[in-house]
Structure formats: structure tokens, C-alpha cells
Design a protein around this ligand. Structure first.
Ligand code: OSB
Ligand code: MG
Length: 368
């Protein structure tokens, strides 16, 4: 196949409610989409980069820039030799920018799989037709607000609750949720790097709540620090931001820094690398789960396919469309008995709804 043109679309998709983490608060999901035009058909991907370089060093306009200036021209240079599998090797010379790389690879893979009538789920090796859904709950202004929110999600049927934490919003909210909803609630926390090596005693206080895991308590580069923390506390440590490749996953597992892994395809450069991490973890007896970046349907569809692989044994942050958006960019993903169906159609298996996409579009740029 051959890449003929790419449309980079900037969208502002309103969130139903503000989502606050230790890194900041968002009320609008600001993203870039990659719409690949190839000689065998079109493909779509949502680039996960946030508007600000807060979760990682990437941000949406930087992703659009590096795609336009380097990655799309590089993919075009492959000529008729273009395949999704050829993208990562062709872009290997460029450091970082994994979310931008992932978006281009995913859009090309979508076109490739649509052309061959294969779903993402089949291509990636999925073994399930639906996946259990958890939900990520942002930091709130007050405890009553948090309780109401968690209660609502449990009423919706979510099977696992993840509370965002930061210094000053940790012990009390976790205690209240644990006491209110009981010992059987699957409960975990995510600090998004908000703590330091000086906070181990504070984090140890969370041991009494029998959490499934604590996600990324300290800074992303400090993998050794996470190994030290993992020895100090009983709550399993789960890395998110730190795991940027299968190689880093292998090393982090080996030094005991992570006993569970949050896999986000965007963070690691795409679905092909994500499957490698799944396999590395599986071989080491380390369970994984699928994280999220507040994706609209275009990004969510592919994440659901990945979450259907056999070593994804914990509920993911793959929530239903209604958790995020009044209006999604595709047919909405719905929660049924705590699960979401894995798309079965060719490619990502969903279509962007044109009039919705047009409504949320801020700008478009063609790269030819
Ligand atoms: O750390 O997992 C995270 C959202 C944006 C950036 C980072 C994270 C998150 C979430 C929400 O926790 C996951 C989701 O529901 O998509
Ligand atoms: Mg996280």
C-alpha cells in the first residue's frame, strides 16, 4: 500500500464534567486526529497527546508538527512498501514523540485492516468479545462530591473504581470510599507522579485499604525509586508513565518496580509495541490492564480490541462514551453488565460521524 495524503484534524470535544488529576484539570478534550488516505482506502486514529505537556513531554500541537514535518513525509518515502509494520522501523531514528508515532501507525493500520476485512481484535490476538470496564475518578473539590460521583458510577455498573490522588487528597478520600462501599469493591489509586521518595511513609498508610494497586506514585524516570517503594509497601505498584517500551517494561519488572502494568498504546508508540509489552508481562507472570487518555470513540475502539488480549486480566480505564461525552465522535460505546463489547468490524470497527466531527473541528491541515 501507499500513503497518498494525511489530514490532521484538531478537535475540541467538550467533556461532561471537569477531569482533574494531580497534573491539572481539563474540561475540553483537545486532540489531533490522523486521517490517512492510502491507495487501498482510508484510516483513522486519535493522537492521545494532551493539550499541555503535563502527562508526558508530548502535547497536541507538537504532535501535529512532528507528524507534518517528519513522520508523514517519512511514511510517504516508503512508497509502495508502506505497511503499518514498516512505520515504527522507519521512524526509529526520531527520538521520543511516541504518541505521534502511534497515531500514524494506527491510522495506517486501520486502512490496512479495513482493506483486508480484518478487525483490530483479530490482528492483535484478542481472545474475548467483551471486556470488563473500570472508571477513573478525578480529584474533586469536596468529599461529598466524590461520594456522589463514585455512587453514580457504581450504579452504572462499573466493576472497578480508580481514584486520582495527590498530596492532601489521598488517605481521607480512599478511606471514605473503602468504608462506604465495602471491602469487596475493586479499588485502586493513581498519583500521576505526584509524590517523591520522601513520601513513602505517607503512601504506606494506604496499605490498610487493600487496594488493587497504586499507579505511578513517583516521577516517571525514577524506576529504581518505584522498586524501593514496592519493597516498602504492601499495595502493588503499577507503572503507567514510566513504561514507554517493551524494553523498559522488561527492566522494570526485573528490578521489581512494577507488579502490574497499565498499557496505553499511545504512550509506547502504538499497538504493535503494546502487544510486545503484553507478551513480556505475560511471560513474567505480570498482569496488565488497558489505560486510557479520555479518547473519543475513534481511539476507544482500538483500545477495546487490545484490552481483549488474554493477559489483560484486570478491568481497564476503557469506560463507556457516556462517562466522558454528551456526544461522542462515533456511535457511543455502552456499558452492559459492567462490560463493553469489542468492535468486530474491519479496522477499528467504527466510523467517525461527519456532522459531529465537523462541529468539534477547530482546524484541519492536509499533508501531501
Ligand atoms: O494517568 O491514567 C492516567 C487520563 C488522562 C491522562 C492520564 C490518565 C488519565 C486517566 C483517565 O486516568 C483514563 C480514561 O478514562 O481514559
Ligand atoms: Mg495513570
Amino acid at each position: 500500500m501507499k500513503l497518498e495524503a494525511v489530514e490532521l484534524i484538531r478537535l475540541d470535544v467538550p467533556l461532561k464534567s471537569a477531569f482533574r488529576t494531580s497534573e491539572g484539570s481539563v474540561t475540553v478534550h483537545e486532540v489531533v486526529w490522523v486521517h490517512a488516505i492510502t491507495d487501498v482506502g482510508e484510516g483513522w486514529a486519535e493522537c492521545a497527546a494532551n493539550a499541555l505537556p503535563d502527562y508526558s513531554s508530548e502535547y497536541h500541537t507538537a504532535a501535529a508538527g512532528v507528524l507534518r514535518d517528519f513522520f508523514i513525509p517519512e511514511a510517504m518515502k516508503l512508497g509502495n512498501e508502506l505497511t503499518a509494520e514498516a512505520i515504527a522501523p522507519a521512524l526509529h531514528w526520531a527520538k521520543g514523540h511516541r504518541m505521534a508515532k502511534a497515531a500514524l501507525e494506527t491510522a495506517v493500520l486501520d486502512a490496512q485492516l479495513r482493506a483486508s476485512g480484518t478487525s483490530f481484535a483479530t490482528y492483535l490476538g484478542a481472545t474475548k468479545t467483551k471486556v470488563p470496564a473500570g472508571v477513573s475518578v478525578g480529584i474533586m473539590d469536596t468529599l461529598p462530591e466524590l461520594m456522589k460521583t463514585v455512587e453514580g458510577y457504581l450504579a452504572d455498573g462499573y466493576l472497578r473504581i480508580k481514584l486520582k490522588i495527590e498530596p492532601g487528597w489521598d488517605y481521607e478520600p480512599v478511606k471514605l470510599v473503602r468504608e462506604t462501599f465495602g471491602p469487596d469493591l475493586l479499588l485502586q489509586v493513581d498519583a500521576n507522579t505526584a509524590y517523591t521518595r520522601d513520601d513513602f511513609d505517607l503512601l504506606k498508610r494506604l496499605d490498610e485499604f487493600n487496594l488493587l494497586l497504586i499507579e505511578q506514585p513517583i516521577e516517571e524516570e525514577d524506576i529504581l525509586g518505584h522498586a524501593r517503594l514496592a519493597e516498602y509497601i504492601t499495595t502493588p505498584v503499577c507503572l503507567d508513565e514510566s513504561i514507554v517500551s517493551a524494553g523498559v517494561a522488561r527492566d522494570a519488572i526485573e528490578i521489581g518496580a512494577t507488579s502490574i502494568i497499565n498499557i496505553k498504546p499511545a504512550r509506547v508508540g502504538g499497538y504493535i509495541e503494546a502487544v510486545k509489552i503484553h507478551n513480556v508481562a505475560q511471560a513474567a507472570g505480570i498482569p496488565v490492564w488497558c489505560g486510557g487518555m479520555l479518547e473519543t470513540g475513534i481511539g476507544r475502539a482500538a483500545n477495546l480490541a487490545l484490552a481483549a488480549l488474554p493477559n489483560f486480566t484486570l478491568p481497564g480505564d476503557t469506560s463507556a462514551s457516556a462517562r466522558y461525552f454528551e456526544t461522542d465522535t462515533t456511535e457511543p460505546f455502552v456499558l452492559v453488565d459492567g462490560h463493553i463489547d469489542v468492535p468486530t468490524g474491519p479496522g477499528i470497527g467504527v466510523e467517525p460521524i461527519r456532522e459531529v466531527v465537523d462541529r468539534f473541528t477547530v482546524s484541519t491541515e492536509w499533508v501531501k
